[in-house]
Ligand binder design. Structure first.
Ligand SMILES: N[C@@H](CCC(=O)N[C@@H](CS)C(=O)NCC(=O)O)C(=O)O
Length: 202
C-alpha cells in the first residue's frame, strides 16, 4: 500500500488530497514535527532534507509534494485527473503546476515568515508588505483565468487544481483573497469536495 509520510497543516495535505481524489488506498505515517521526527537519520533516508511529505509506492520513493500529485495522477490516469501528454490541455496543466510551485508559493512563504513564523525581532514589515503585494499580483492571474471556467483547465477538475488549490486555501488563511471573488468561489468549490475535506482530517 502507498505510504504517505505526513504531518497536519503542512504541504503533505497535497498528496493526501490527491490520493483521496483518486480513491487510492494509503497508509498515513504521522511524523511529529514538534519532536523533530522528520529530522531523524532513518527518515532522512526517505526524505534527504528531513521535510514532509514523502511518498513510498512500491519501488518509488519520492519527495516534493507537487511531483507526487503529478505522479499519482499519471499512474492512475484512468481517473482522468491529468490531460494526455502533448496536448494543449497538458501544456496548460503543466503551466499551472509550475505556477503553483515556482510563482505562487514564494510570496506566501515570505508573508508567512514575516508575519507569523519568524521571531518578532526578525520580522520585516517591508518584506511582509512586498510579499503581500506580490501575492495579490499572482492571485489576480487566477482571478482572470477563472473568468470563464470553474477549474483551471475548464469544466474538469485536475491535479493542477489540487496543487494550486492548496495554495489558494493557504492564501485565504493569509488574508490575500479579498477583492478576488472568483478565486473565493473557486476555493468554495474545492473545499466542498469530499476528498479535500478528508485530506484535512487530523
Ligand atoms: N517543496 C517541498 C517543501 C517541503 C517542506 O518544506 N515541508 C515543510 C512542511 S510544509 C517541512 O517539512 N519543513 C520542515 C523542514 O524543512 O525542516 C514540497 O512541496 O514537498
Amino acid at each position: 500500500m502507498v505510504k504517505l509520510y505526513w504531518a497536519p497543516r503542512t504541504r503533505s495535505s497535497r498528496p493526501r488530497w490527491m490520493l483521496e481524489e483518486l480513491g487510492v488506498p494509503y497508509e498515513l505515517v504521522r511524523l511529529s514535527m514538534e519532536k523533530g521526527e522528520h529530522k531523524s537519520p532513518e527518515y532522512r533516508k526517505i526524505h534527504p532534507l528531513g521535510a514532509v511529505p514523502a511518498l513510498v509506492d512500491g519501488e518509488v520513493t519520492m519527495f516534493e509534494s507537487a511531483a507526487m500529485c503529478a505522479y499519482l495522477a499519471d499512474k492512475h490516469a484512468y481517473q482522468r485527473l491529468t490531460p494526455t501528454l502533448g496536448t494543449s490541455a497538458r501544456a496548460a496543466y503543466e503551466q499551472w503546476l509550475f505556477f503553483g510551485m515556482a510563482t505562487f508559493e514564494e510570496p506566501l512563504v515570505k508573508m508567512f515568515l514575516h508575519t507569523m513564523l519568524l521571531p518578532p525581532e526578525q520580522r520585516s514589515t517591508r518584506a511582509a508588505d512586498e510579499a503581500r503585494a506580490r501575492a495579490g499580483e499572482v492571485v489576480k492571474v487566477l482571478e482572470d483565468a477563472l473568468a470563464d471556467r470553474p477549474y483551471l483547465l475548464g469544466a474538469e477538475f485536475s491535479a493542477a487544481d489540487v496543487v494550486v488549490g492548496s495554495l489558494v486555501s493557504w492564501s485565504a488563511f493569509m488574508g490575500v483573497l479579498e477583492g478576488f471573488p472568483r478565486v473565493q468561489e473557486y476555493l468554495g468549490r474545492l473545499a466542498a469536495r469530499p476528498a479535500f475535506l478528508a485530506s484535512q482530517a487530523e
